[in-house]
Design a protein around this ligand. Structure first.
Ligand code: RAM
Length: 525
């Protein structure tokens, strides 16, 4: 399987549930704004000791900007000192003779220094280059105040004069970013841990979460800027412990439930504008996570009314997943199916998906119990049968690992999902994970999304010390590499890694990377 969003379905039939859509609409959050000014001027310097080979160096106070003038080919980089999501505005004054030609100004936005240092023309990845954040404007009348309509996600902005004229230059003033987020950060409690690194990790997690909280939980405000079910699950968990806005989770649940296909399967992600459009991408694991998001939402809120309304959508995801089982109750491992699990082309998805199914089935049975729904008994029977079958067919006693697919692959993702699914007991889980880490099992993890699952698995297996040390190695590594929000991708062994062919297109404020705050607070690490 390649990129999930490359999935194309020519005849996608959506069956809209109008009542659910209306409920979702009524839960549209209030948006919060703040005005943020740049904190310094910087230059970019090549440095092979830092991630992606570029760092910033001080080039002056922001007040100096007004005194500077810019002609053709001149540029300046502003650092806002923190990651922002919002609209940029600035005032432009002509300097010299009357402006006798339009001004051509280019604005480049970067979450990371490399985005300002490497020309976007060099980008050769396979995701659309239109995600790279830049904008050219032509201004006929000066002076002017410019307010960019597009929302950008950035810490740094480069202003580059492509053309003025030989007779005039320009100067810039009042550069401002009006941020936007639905997160109400005014009540966030500090973690107050004894370990300063963990406090910082918590703060950066919350900042990441807050910047992804828009009209829905977006996966990343730079890219893909949409509601993915897998990301939603982790964002929702992090929000309950750190930035509780359960109505936003509720809204997202109703949105997914409002636009299933004709089989009743919920899409892997939704576009929100110009109106809600479910993507023609369906993922085995993400659809099942509808159950998990509802389950976690119930744990956090006890909102029985929502549960009662959304239960049939949740139950349907389980039914559809069960249809993928073969006679031996194994998730069928064929060419044409899609399950996300992690970004790693050689990863076989069968066993981890089987783990996700068991995990969601357990939660579905709990939800049925809460509702006194007669389907509970049937769900529990499935659970018992599938767990037994999994142990029989996927547990390789000789190797001491779960195997996946026809190739009998041993991957870290398979072990982790089987731990989360509770297929073995706690002692066995701990032994399994510890061995896996020691032996550095092939097919390692690629995304913060999957590393989150490793940490949670370690915690459930009772190994808090390893959970903390792995968290420090991973998210602590990002902090050391300069993260002020956590990233979509991070491989400490290969810091240039991108599944998209270029790290320029990676997102550096990404929802599925925001969970240290949840892990630290929920489990009192
Ligand atoms: C990428 C994004 C998104 C994720 C999907 C599966 O496009 O990182 O967050 O959920 O993959």
């Amino acid at each position: 399987m390649s990129h999930p969003s490359l999935q194309r379905i020519t005849e996608q039939r959506i069956v809209e549930n109008k009542a659910f859509a209306t409920t979702a609409e009524s839960l549209l959050p209030v948006m919060h704004h703040t005005d943020v000014l740049p904190v310094r001027l910087v230059t970019l310097l090549p440095d092979d000791q830092v991630i992606h080979g570029w760092r910033t160096a001080d080039a002056g106070e922001p007040e100096q900007l007004e005194q500077m003038t810019f002609g053709k080919g001149d540029e300046v980089v502003l650092d806002f000192g923190q990651h922002l999501v919002g609209q940029l505005s600035l005032h432009i004054e002509p300097v010299g003779s009357p402006p006798d030609a339009p001004l051509h100004l280019k604005l480049i936005f970067g979450e990371m220094p490399v985005e300002l240092a490497v020309p976007f023309a060099e980008y050769d990845g396979w995701l659309s280059s239109s995600w790279l954040q830049e904008q050219s404007v032509y201004i006929d009348v000066l002076p002017t105040s410019l307010v960019l309509e597009r929302r950008y996600s950035f810490r740094y902005v480069k202003l580059e004069v492509i053309a003025s004229s030989v007779k005039y230059n320009v100067s810039f003033r009042h550069v401002n970013c009006r941020t936007v987020s639905s997160a109400d950060v005014s009540n966030v409690q500090l973690l107050n841990h004894m370990d300063a690194e963990l406090n910082r990790m918590d703060e950066v997690s919350i900042k990441t979460l807050a910047d992804c909280m828009q009209e829905v939980f977006e996966d990343g405000p730079k890219r893909d800027r949409r509601l993915w079910l897998g990301d939603l699950r982790l964002q929702a968990l992090a929000s309950y412990t750190s930035l509780p806005q359960p109505d936003l989770v509720k809204r997202c649940l109703y949105l997914f439930a409002a636009y299933p296909n004709e089989q009743g399967q919920v899409s892997a992600n939704l576009f929100i504008k110009p109106h809600v459009i479910p993507d023609d991408t369906y993922l085995f694991d993400y659809s099942l996570f509808f159950v998990s998001v509802l389950y976690d939402y119930m744990q956090a809120t006890g909102d029985m009314e929502t549960l009662a309304q959304l239960w049939s959508t949740a139950h349907r995801q389980v039914e559809l997943a069960l249809q993928r089982l073969d006679e031996q109750l194994m998730v069928r491992d064929t060419e044409e199916w899609w399950s996300f699990i992690d970004w790693r082309p050689q990863l076989n998805k069968q066993a981890p998906s089987q783990g996700v199914l068991i995990y969601a089935l357990r939660q579905a049975a709990e939800l049925a119990q809460l509702l006194h729904d007669e389907q509970e008994a049937e769900l529990r029977q499935w659970l018992d049968k599938i767990v037994a079958a999994t142990l029989e067919q996927l547990w390789d006693e000789q190797q001491g690992y779960f195997i996946s697919g026809h190739e009998r692959q041993v991957s870290q993702a398979s072990q982790i999902w089987m731990v989360l699914a509770g297929v073995l007991d706690q002692r066995q889980n701990r032994k399994l994970l510890n061995r896996m880490l020691q032996e550095n099992v092939a097919v390692p993890l690629t995304t913060p999304y999957m590393v989150h699952h490793l940490i949670e698995a370690l915690i459930l297996a009772g190994d808090h010390d390893t959970a903390i040390s792995e968290m420090k190695a991973y998210w602590g590594g990002m902090l050391n590499d300069g993260a002020d929000t956590f990233w979509e991708l991070y491989d400490p062994q290969d810091k240039e890694f991108s599944p998209y062919g270029s790290h320029l297109i990676n997102s550096y404020c990404h929802a599925w990377s925001c969970t240290p705050t949840y892990l630290l607070r929920k489990y009192n690490l």
